[in-house]
Design a protein around this ligand. Structure first.
Ligand code: ARG
Length: 465
């Protein structure tokens, strides 16, 4: 519960006598959003207080009081007994004010040698870092689900498309493993971002550092950062760690939207390549035959939120002079929303993928249609008849036209008919025209041959274990 009655803010000291305008309070307060940083804020305060005592800046007695008081505040927050106040603006002041109520004067020593500017930068870095690591785990879970399905369907043929026109047959396993590759890059984008954001702003104070003999290595270490940020101005004003993770989220959301789109297409009645499990389908209130892939559609839609968050954050930060400006307070809702939506999307996609089933006959029939082995015919002419590829392409085009006019598949044409296009064609051509022969032949590194797909699956299983 947030108390909105509003009292004059006592944290500012003597200079302010009147309470802020109601609308000023509404636009200025961030507590409804940044209360999500409570755990990080208290961890930061504990690390700071411990360091202050270790450096003889506050007494051991004050430290003990502060630590016990912060423990109690944390407990109140965890058990939802904490009374948040909008008049106290943000999580930092809410925690400190409550600490003062609990322990009295020693609470006033906690803010020595720090500012809300380095405090919020530290809290938010901690939060974003942990959120990135959590998303990395979820990406791995989705990769594993895809690998399982790829393994089970390593040699099931399906049409490979370009322009959503049947191009060449591929295997279901190969198709699914393409997403594993994309997701693995999203994973490393998150892990790279984590390495870069792994420096601690705490101790930069308002912007210029502090005259107190603080130990920034100690607080950085306590909070699990690799070290302190080197420039105090940069420390309080950098938000590129947010932008970088939002860009990673946007790219990941875009990858998920492509997979989502495929699930929508594959599970449509005319395609019927795949069937979503009941747990991941919805019915229609009027058309009982429908099984709607709502979760896939929503994953596809969440790209909007991810892109919006990235653009919002880039725009908030554009042109801000050093160091802190209040504009930066608007970073949190944006980032929380983006992290929350990719969290749901990754979970939903993992659920859908691991429970979906494929329709072997439909996939095979579609893989065989659309003259999908036309390239194999052209390649055969190049290989066996030493015809230049461009000419072989022309011969194949004429053959496809012949089959199309007769309303038959390539392999239904007689040898005589094939020879009417190219007299040197022999009976052996029929060995390469089937979809199984086509996929089996594509053994170049990264190709769709089941043997290659199984090698990729084994390599990924090894990497993920
Ligand atoms: N609530 C603020 C934020 O999220 C904390 C920092 C406020 N600093 C200041 N000088 N007003 O950005």
């Amino acid at each position: 519960m947030t108390d909105t009655t509003g009292k004059s803010n006592e944290m500012w000291g003597g200079r302010f006598t009147a309470k802020p305008d109601d609308v000023m309070e509404a636009i200025n307060a961030s507590i409804d959003v940044d209360k999500r940083l409570a755990e990080e804020d208290i961890a930061g305060s504990m690390a700071h207080a411990t360091m202050l005592a270790a450096c003889d800046i506050i007494s051991q007695d004050d430290l003990s009081a502060i630590m016990a008081g912060l423990e109690q505040v944390l407990e109140e927050i965890r058990t939802e007994k904490f009374q948040y106040s909008r008049a106290l603006e943000d999580i930092h002041m809410n925690v400190e004010a409550r600490l003062k109520e609990i322990i009295g004067d020693p609470a006033g020593r906690l803010h020595t040698g720090r500012s809300r500017n380095d405090q919020v930068a530290t809290d938010f870095r901690l939060w974003v870092k942990n959120a990135c690591i959590a998303r990395m785990d979820q990406i791995e879970a989705l990769m594993s689900a895809l690998i399982e399905q790829a393994d089970a369907h390593a040699d099931w043929v399906m049409p490979g498309f370009t322009h959503l026109q049947t191009a060449q047959p591929v295997t279901v396993g190969h198709h699914l493993m393409a997403y594993v590759e994309m997701l693995s890059r999203d994973f490393t984008r998150f892990s790279d971002a984590v390495v870069r954001m792994d420096e601690c702003p705490l101790g930069a104070a308002a912007l210029a550092g502090t005259g107190f003999p603080i130990n920034r290595d100690m607080t950085a270490d306590t909070l699990g950062f690799s070290g302190p940020m080197a420039n105090s101005l940069d420390a309080v004003s950098a938000r590129d760690f947010v932008i970088e993770s939002l860009s990673t989220i946007a790219i990941c959301a875009q990858h998920l939207s492509r997979l989502a789109e495929e699930l929508v297409i594959w599970s449509s009645a005319p395609f019927s390549f795949a069937r979503m499990s009941d747990a991941w389908s919805t019915g229609s209130s009027i058309m009982p035959q429908k099984r709607n892939p709502d979760a896939a559609e929503l994953v596809r839609a969440k790209t909007g939120k991810a892109n919006g968050a990235l653009i919002a954050m880039l725009t908030v930060m554009k042109g801000l002079p050093l160091a802190y400006s209040k504009d930066m307070q608007d970073d949190k809702q944006t980032a929380f929303d983006a992290f929350d939506s990719i969290d749901l999307s990754l979970q939903a996609m993992t659920g859908m993928i691991s429970t979906m089933s494929f329709n072997k006959d439909k996939l095979r029939a579609a893989a065989s249609g659309g003259f999908s082995t036309a390239t194999d015919l052209a390649d055969w002419c190049v290989r066996e008849l030493n015809i230049p590829f461009r000419e072989a392409h022309h011969i194949t085009g004429a053959t496809v036209k012949l089959a199309e006019d007769k309303g038959v598949d390539l392999w239904d044409l007689s040898l005589e008919e094939l020879q009417s296009v190219e007299p040197r064609i022999t009976n052996e051509i029929f060995d390469v025209l089937t979809v199984d022969a086509s996929v089996a032949s594509r053994q170049s590194y990264g190709g769709t041959a089941p043997q290659c797909v199984r090698e990729q699956i084994a390599a990924w299983k090894e990497r993920l274990s």
